[in-house]
Ligand binder design. Structure first.
Ligand SMILES: [Zn+2]
Length: 435
């Protein structure tokens, strides 16, 4: 089971089973990077993976060499898209394969009718195939194959389950695509950001964020999502235990020792429940412990109340993140340089602070880049500018006289105009510039 604990600076995600944990901060950069990611390659790769193992029309096995590289490629892509996938990618891929396989079967047996429904409902037939697809990801004791089989049976053969309505819904009428759920999640999250928080959406500007959320919900009528909330003022267990992890630990080096000490103190204080605080206040013999506890809390306890939710998929996590953003009245817009969303405090800001490979923030390279973009559309100007820089460098280093440089500039500019007017072929212009 996984949990996410939110406060007004971000969230901590914690998977109990694997003890994996990650944190996000108040910039929400993980979320913004995620919605900008192109996930369509996932569909192609998983489609390739499945069709290398099984013929997706006849569902007979194919005898190909190992294609497990595709799975690690998929894993890499997922991990690059959001930290959630770093910890949950195996599960996510297993679900993507199972759901894709079920959709393919339903499509073939109910829409195309190239396969008999009874054949696909034969448990051995089904398990043989899904096992081949899932085998690189399965661990001893996993029950995924059967789970997907029952899911399929419930969908395709609802009578079996004595569901009153024996009507089969959502039969695919188009060739199903792999990773449909993850793509859908990304789309829904993008739409939420765009309709609720993006300030460039001018029609919605006069509304408050909750009003915008209302408009969003009425348009999309998204499926209702329930999430379990755990009531506690204490941080996640790991948050306390893992005092060695600098990202999430207490700010004091002596944190670990202190923690042990504080547990002893609280053991004493827990007897307070058996005393009559209402009439007598805190017992005198506990005053020292109480003082220690409050001093400790002052240094180490969080000074924000946070909320903890059970998380079963990325959609739930990001939905909650967006709700926390709405509650904090956060506004966003797309950076004019990198095109990704970022958080704005001031409406005049148009570039974000993300850094590129040369460690320059968009806010510094943005204005320069828009000139470059203009140049890219203008091949002649681009090669001219490059040649100009080379010649100018020669002139600066004294390899070219002012006179020579001046003449070159004059001729180059004249040729540039000709090239842009298509009076001079661009390749001829390029050759001339090289001289
Ligand atoms: Zn940017």
């Amino acid at each position: 089971m996984a949990w996410a604990r939110f406060d007004n600076t971000g969230y901590i995600y914690y998977n109990e089973k694997t003890s994996k944990i990650f944190c996000t901060d108040s910039t929400h950069a993980d979320l913004f990077d995620y919605v900008a990611e192109d996930l369509s390659l996932l569909t192609k790769l998983l489609g390739k993976y499945v069709s290398n193992k099984i013929d997706t029309t006849t569902f007979t096995f194919k005898d190909f060499p190992s294609t497990d590289d595709t799975l690690s490629e998929i894993e890499q892509l997922l991990m690059a898209a959001h930290p959630y996938y770093i910890y949950e990618s195996t599960n996510v891929i297993i679900n993507a394969i199972g759901n894709y396989f079920n959709n393919l079967l339903a499509y073939s047996s109910l829409h195309l009718k190239t396969l008999s429904r009874d054949c696909t409902l034969d448990k051995n037939w089904y398990i043989d195939r899904i096992t081949v697809l899932l085998s690189p990801l399965l661990q001893a004791g996993d029950t995924y194959q059967e789970d997907f089989y029952y899911k399929y049976q419930k969908w395709i053969n609802p009578k079996e389950y004595r569901i009153e309505e024996s009507f089969i819904t959502d039969i695919p009428t188009k060739m199903p695509i792999a990773f449909a759920e993850e793509l859908k999640t990304q789309n829904m999250i993008y739409d939420m950001l765009y309709f609720i928080l993006d300030i460039s959406n001018q029609n919605l500007e006069s509304l408050t964020l909750p009003q915008r959320a209302w408009v969003y919900e009425n348009i999309f009528l998204s499926e209702k999502t329930s999430v379990k909330r755990q009531f506690s003022f204490l941080p996640l267990k790991q948050y306390i235990d893992d005092a060695t992890n600098s990202q999430i630990s207490f700010s004091h080096n002596e944190g670990a020792n202190n923690l042990e000490e504080s547990n002893k103190i609280f053991d004493i204080l827990r007897n307070i429940k058996n005393t009559d605080i209402r009439h007598k206040g805190i017992p005198k013999n506990m005053m020292n412990a109480f003082k220690y506890a409050t001093d400790y809390a002052k240094k180490n306890a969080p000074d924000k109340i946070s909320e903890q939710y059970e998380i079963n998929n990325l959609y739930q996590l990001l939905y909650l993140e967006i709700i926390s953003m709405i509650q904090s009245n956060i506004l966003i817009r797309k950076c004019k340089n990198c095109g990704k969303y970022f958080l704005i405090k001031n409406r005049n800001v148009t570039y974000c602070d993300r850094r590129d490979s040369s460690d320059m923030p968009c806010s510094a390279i943005g204005p320069k880049r828009s000139f470059q973009k203009k140049m890219e559309q203008d091949e002649a100007l681009k090669i001219y500018t490059r040649a100009y820089k080379t010649h100018h460098a020669r002139f600066r280093k004294g390899k070219m006289s002012l006179n020579e440089f001046g003449t070159w500039c004059k001729e180059a500019k004249a040729n540039l105009i000709k090239a842009r007017n298509e009076e001079l072929d661009i390749s001829v212009f390029q050759e001339w510039l090289k001289e």
